[in-house]
Design a protein around this ligand. Structure first.
Ligand code: FAD
Length: 262
């Protein structure tokens, strides 16, 4: 079995700070890490590899040259091969162009049985890239996966909802976006770290991926960031305290009636 895991390098913060003058994200001084949900996707692949001997795990990222750091981390944890998709032609790609670029790189690899993604990236947060790549590759996609079993060319996947989960059977190849509760990601092993240290990663360029240049980068991206801003803090609500519960409940009912909410 061949499993491809897509991982993204993201700033190590869930606190998005925005420059109020330029309306752009402030990234200076923020350490870069593997997107936390992608760690769960990688762990799912590594656990499947342990269960199904002969499985190969390839980790793919699209990003600037420094994204090699997360690929080395992936090798340290047990990935067999890595692909760094890196070229100025990809700069400014939105989720549509990113999905297309990743699908062309995956198309250059040994045909995958499974393509795994994190649930979402903690910086862009759109959760669009996994399903987007699946569409380009012509594969079914199950989002919000928390468990998977594979037997006889079929995957049985638990997909989470707010109030429960559903169990789906899907034939391979397929794509999955993986939740945090799927597993606890392992640390890199000493042997893995040594292998990662020796690794020389030559980037795959846009030309090498065979991607159509007209579908890459900012100009090919159908979405535009028109404005980015921190929402103003909410004004405080009405608060009653220190009176009998019945009195406060009546005040609440009166207020809701006054505002025509009941
Ligand atoms: C409207 C809009 C405009 C944008 N404009 C720009 C821009 O001008 N310049 C710019 O640099 N960025 C821009 N971006 C950001 C860029 O499009 C996203 O970072 C990228 O497309 C991934 O989307 P996301 O972060 O929402 O990932 P999600 O869709 O939330 O990620 C889901 C999963 O997909 C995989 N994945 C996502 N990205 C990658 C990747 N690069 N490599 C491998 N796997 C990946 C991971 O498994 C991840 O967990 C823009 C985004 C939007 C929404």
């Amino acid at each position: 079995m061949h499993i491809v895991v897509c991982v993204k390098q993201v700033p190590n913060t869930t606190q998005v700070r925005i420059n109020p003058e330029t309306n752009t994200l402030i990234r200076d001084g923020v350490e870069s890490i593997m997107n936390p949900f992608d760690e769960n996707a990688l762990e799912m692949a590594l656990q499947l590899k342990e269960k199904h001997p002969g499985t190969k795990v390839t980790v793919v990222t699209m990003g600037p040259p420094q994204a090699v750091d997360i690929l080395k981390e992936a090798v340290g944890r047990g990935a067999d091969a890595v692909v760094l998709l890196s070229d100025r032609a990809f700069a400014g790609s939105d989720t549509w162009a990113t999905s297309y670029a990743l699908s062309t790189a995956i198309g250059k690899l040994e045909k995958p049985d499974l393509v795994l993604f994190g649930k979402q990236a903690i910086d862009g947060d759109t959760a669009q890239v996994g399903p987007g790549v699946a569409v380009w590759l012509g594969m079914p996609c199950i989002t919000y996966a928390r468990a998977i079993e594979i037997a006889d060319g079929e995957a049985t996947v638990e997909r989470l909802y707010e109030d429960g989960y559903e169990k789906l059977a899907v034939s391979l190849p397929c794509a999955l976006t993986v939740l945090k509760e799927a597993n606890v990601p392992r640390m890199a092993s000493l042997r893995g770290k040594m292998a990662a240290k020796k690794l020389v990663i030559e980037p795959m360029t846009a030309e090498m991926s065979g991607a159509d240049p007209a579908k890459l980068g900012l100009n090919a991206s159908p979405t535009r960031v028109v404005k980015i801003f921190s929402p103003p803090p909410k004004a405080g609500g009405v608060k009653w305290q220190g009176e009998e519960p019945e009195v406060m409940a009546q005040r609440l009912v009166d207020l809701l009636r006054e505002r025509k909410l009941v």
